[in-house]
Design a protein around this ligand. Structure first.
Ligand code: SAM
Length: 301
């Protein structure tokens, strides 16, 4: 992959920059020696293209000294570019065969740490060994090639952190990136969109084709970028709103009155819909974030 003269990150034909890493064949040997077979359940698709990994670290806009969380460093192919930009890097890896490979690769960077374990303690809780290392402010960055299996629940949990990342730059399945960045009323808009956009303004980034990974995923991947909203609500309010959006948008194709009445009772439903001047037959999926927030406030007990 590294011998490809075309840098997909720059879209031109300048000579590629020297690689920060040993050739893939060396990693492959170490993986084979450890009896490693990539796990689909753990979303183990490694980003082999060094130019793309560098470009993603660049998209993340990491400056020297910035705290960065990377979920699933794998062999460390993205990590090394984050570390090279001077990040104070925390890598959380679930696979005990991979964590030492990433740690060895990151040895030249004293500000990089690899911790072993599942980043999630439950579907909606970040594990204590990661949470206790996160800064008590939002001047930090989340940058990962996220495992597909946890990207939705993990990102919804991140949106509810007391101190969410100021900036997020992650590579996910293209369809997930589209859902995160979707506009109301479009087919991609749903519970994950509203939950994530409650905390972040999201834009789609570069597309990453399957041939840049090993093993090749069956789907396209894409980067998304997210900036923490300047007026982000305190965590308990965000948490309550997100729970409400989820319940409402899980039945997004049904009429608003029917769904909301099941959630808060007929009386509160009727008064909230009337107070906001909404059409009771409208589908919940057509409501944007402002309308959802107002509906949550108006139907609260
Ligand atoms: N960052 C590497 C790269 O770009 O080549 C690997 C990315 S691969 C898509 C996802 C990584 O996440 C794998 O290393 C996998 O073992 C790890 N992983 C999967 N589930 C995890 C979890 N719940 N907590 C922490 N790491 C996880």
């Amino acid at each position: 992959m590294d011998s490809n003269p075309q840098d997909p990150a720059r879209g031109d034909k300048r000579a590629p920059r020297p690689s920060l890493r040993a050739p893939w064949s060396e990693f492959r040997e170490a993986l084979d020696a450890a009896g490693f077979h990539p796990s689909r359940r753990l979303g183990q698709n490694f980003l082999l293209d060094d130019n793309m990994a560098r470009a993603i670290a660049q998209d993340a806009g990491v400056e020297s000294g910035r705290f960065v969380l990377e979920v699933g460093p794998g062999c460390g192919f993205l990590s090394v570019h984050l570390a090279d930009r001077g990040a104070k890097l925390l890598c959380a890896e679930i696979d005990a065969r991979l964590a030492p490979i990433a740690a060895r690769f990151l040895e030249p960077f004293p500000d990089a740490e690899v911790v072993l374990g599942d980043v999630l303690a439950s579907k909606s809780r970040i594990a204590a060994h990661v949470l206790e290392r996160l800064p008590a402010h939002s001047d930090w960055t989340l940058c990962s090639n996220l495992p597909y299996s946890i990207s939705g629940p993990f990102l919804a949990t991140v949106a509810q952190l007391e101190h969410p990342p100021g900036r997020t730059c992650c590579l996910v399945q293209k369809e997930v990136a589209e859902r995160l960045a979707a506009a109301p009323g479009t087919p991609a808009w749903g519970p994950l969109t509203a939950s994530f956009q409650e905390a972040f303004e999201v834009t789609l980034g570069r597309l990453v084709p399957p041939q840049l990974f090993w093993p090749r995923p069956k789907v396209d991947s894409a980067v998304f970028l997210a900036e923490l909203r300047p007026d982000v609500a305190p965590a308990p309010i965000r948490g309550a709103r997100i729970g409400f959006y989820r319940d409402l948008l899980q039945r997004r194709r049904q009429g608003l009155r029917r769904v909301l009445a099941d959630m808060v009772g007929k009386e509160r439903c009727a008064s909230a819909i009337e107070a906001l001047g909404l059409d009771p037959q409208v589908r919940a999926e057509t409501l944007g974030l402002d309308a959802l927030r107002a509906l949550h406030a108006a139907s609260a007990g």
